[in-house]
Design a binder for this molecule. Structure first.
Ligand SMILES: [Ca+2]
Length: 119
């Protein structure tokens, strides 16, 4: 009798776990990642490129070592800009909604960004 109760409880827990997992994955699928727009010049001017997924080599977008300002969308969890390709070297973490108007004021960041990790 005790075994039956434990078994029943296990089944109930397993049954309850299914909809919970489903709802978490649904939320994850619905939540957008961040997008970043890189600008060639300071104050969001010049050529720009908007990135909504990881880019290991900005040279593919003809944007290697060019970015001088950036805007991050309010969706998602931000992004990290890296000095070198494949997410290496110096980096800067950006939060959703961040705007950096002038990379020349951040030591070592202007015209060096070569990869972007979207979160
Ligand atoms: Ca530039």
């Amino acid at each position: 009798m005790k075994m039956a109760k434990i078994l029943l409880a296990t089944i109930l827990l397993a049954g309850a776990a299914v909809p919970i997992v489903t709802s978490i994955s649904d939320v994850h699928a619905a939540s957008k990642k961040s997008c970043v727009t890189l600008y060639e010049d300071v104050h969001f001017k010049g050529k720009s490129v908007t990135i909504c997924d990881d880019v290991q080599k900005l040279s593919k977008l003809k944007f290697n070592d060019k970015a001088s300002s950036v805007k991050v969308s309010k969706s998602g969890n931000g992004a990290t800009l890296y000095e070198h390709t494949d997410f290496r070297g110096g980096y800067v973490n950006l939060k959703p909604g961040d705007k950096v108007a002038d990379f020349t004021k951040l030591i070592g960041l202007n015209d060096v960004i070569s990869s972007v990790n979207i979160k």
